[in-house]
Design a protein around this ligand. Structure first.
Ligand code: ATP
Length: 435
């Protein structure tokens, strides 16, 4: 064999090994590339990320093409090496060729490029993408044929080739959230929020609704002024109205609608048809999924739905805030309850359950209600009035105004409390004496 022929063959083997390294690295990079990162780049208009997305859309064809090209160059390189070494060493050349080529292909055309690619997957994938796309286009008839043979063979053995390559599952996303940033309290909150968002698609409204026994609703049969009073006393903006029995909801009254109507009708509130102002109630089944309900709230531009069971019986209510709280944690707006059993009112008063302890109230609001004779607010009213008061009775103790709202037998269950007008005792800052 002539010298130049030997050198040309060695050169060709070298080039083939380079190509092989390119294919191996591309295969690894394109499969290991971060999908979220590519998606992000694509949205920013990166052309090469677009190519990768297209290649991924037909993953089997991509892998088929690269493997085809890779095998082609590997086998060609080995064949050339074998013929070269047989020419030099005779039959033992086969053994030398096998040994040398195995080592060369393994080290330089497989492990090295793949190690590089796995460590620089995104960068490598982006730079090889255009060339690989060209290759896929040119070799597609061959790789399609390869795939067809593979499919038919697998089917003969009863193996399905339906693949879900590419789709990130919920579990993977949860895993990614866990891995994302290990420390820091804001990260913990961030992760909790991200997880809650994923939970929205399997939690039912029945699990988060405000239970029926806690719904504040009004009897549509009451007089207009009684309804008005109750609406003002309620910390809620949307109030279901019932007629006959509490299960029979006829509408949902929005406090603001009532406010406008009251203004127009200022002279004769008694003539107001308040039930007529109520919006049509929106009933949803208990089993509604939160995500679905969130979309429904947005689509209907509503915030409030009544939850019913399969027989149509009222189970509770759910509002937009309830669902948002599932994601971001407790949201307190200015009227939200801070101590359980205490509902602040718009006018600065509070509606308080009888069994709320004086200690809790003093601590929360910096008041000085005496707690040595009685433990609860109801106890204090009983102690100070020295009898069982009637509903509607008003007492003034320690600059507080207390009105009995509800009584069950001898128990006072609900009290409207108006704190002193000045800054509460113990608060910092001076109060100017009247001039
Ligand atoms: P907005 O904030 O729009 O004025 P809101 O404060 O009355 O309305 P949301 O913020 O929608 O009410 O809900 C706050 C919490 O109060 C939620 O947990 C919700 O379930 C509950 N809620 C709302 N309306 C009522 C009601 N009429 N009776 C009992 N609980 C209610």
């Amino acid at each position: 064999m002539m010298d130049t022929e030997i050198w040309i063959t060695i050169g060709a083997i070298f080039v083939l090994l380079l190509l092989s390294a390119f294919f191996s690295g591309s295969e690894t990079a394109l499969t290991a590339v971060s999908r979220p990162h590519m998606h992000h780049l694509l949205k920013q208009g990166d052309r090469r990320a677009g190519i990768i997305a297209k290649l991924h859309a037909r993953m089997e064809r991509l892998i088929g093409t690269i493997l085809l090209a890779n095998n082609l160059v590997n086998i060609l390189a080995s064949a050339l090496a074998t013929s070269l070494l047989i020419g030099i060493f005779g039959d033992t050349g086969v053994a030398y060729a096998t040994l040398v080529m195995t080592l060369l292909v393994l080290i330089f055309a497989e492990v090295l490029p793949k190690t590089y690619a796995i460590n620089n997957a995104d960068r490598t994938a982006l730079s090889v993408a255009p060339l690989v796309r060209f290759l896929v286009a040119v070799l597609s008839p061959f790789s399609d044929a390869v795939q067809a043979v593979v499919r038919v063979t697998l089917r003969l053995f009863g193996v399905s080739t339906e693949s879900n390559l590419g789709a990130i599952t919920d579990d993977e996303l949860r895993g990614a959230i866990d891995l994302h940033a290990e420390t820091g309290s804001s990260d913990i909150q961030e992760r909790a929020m991200l997880r809650s968002i994923l939970d929205l698609d399997h939690v039912e409204v029945g699990e988060i609704m405000t239970h029926r026994k806690d719904i504040f609703m009004v009897d549509a049969g009451l007089s207009s002024s009684a309804i008005l009073e109750q609406v003002i006393a309620s910390p809620y903006t949307r109030i279901p109205m019932w007629r006959g029995e509490p299960d029979n909801i006829i509408g949902v009254l929005h406090a603001k609608t009532l406010l406008s109507a009251v203004k127009l009708q200022a002279a004769a509130i008694g003539e107001l048809d308040i039930p007529g102002l109520a919006a049509k109630p929106w009933f949803i089944p208990e089993s509604t999924i939160l995500l679905q309900q969130l979309h429904a709230f947005r689509k209907k531009r509503e915030h409030f739905a009544l939850v019913v069971d399969e027989y149509g019986a009222l189970m509770g209510i759910v509002t937009l805030e309830d669902i948002l709280e599932e994601i971001v944690g407790d949201i307190s707006d200015e009227f939200d309850v801070t101590v359980p059993g205490v509902r602040p009112q718009a006018d600065g008063a509070f509606i308080i359950n009888g069994d709320v302890t004086l200690r809790d109230l003093n601590r929360q609001f910096d008041w000085n209600l005496p707690d040595d004779e009685a433990a609860t607010l109801a106890g204090l009213v009983l102690h100070e009035s020295r009898r069982i008061p009637d509903v509607g009775q008003v007492f003034n103790f320690y600059d507080f105004r207390l009105e009995v709202l509800r009584r069950k037998r001898s128990q006072i269950t609900s009290i409207r409390l108006t704190p002193p007008k000045q800054a509460p005792a113990g608060a910092t800052g001076t109060t100017e004496a009247e001039l």
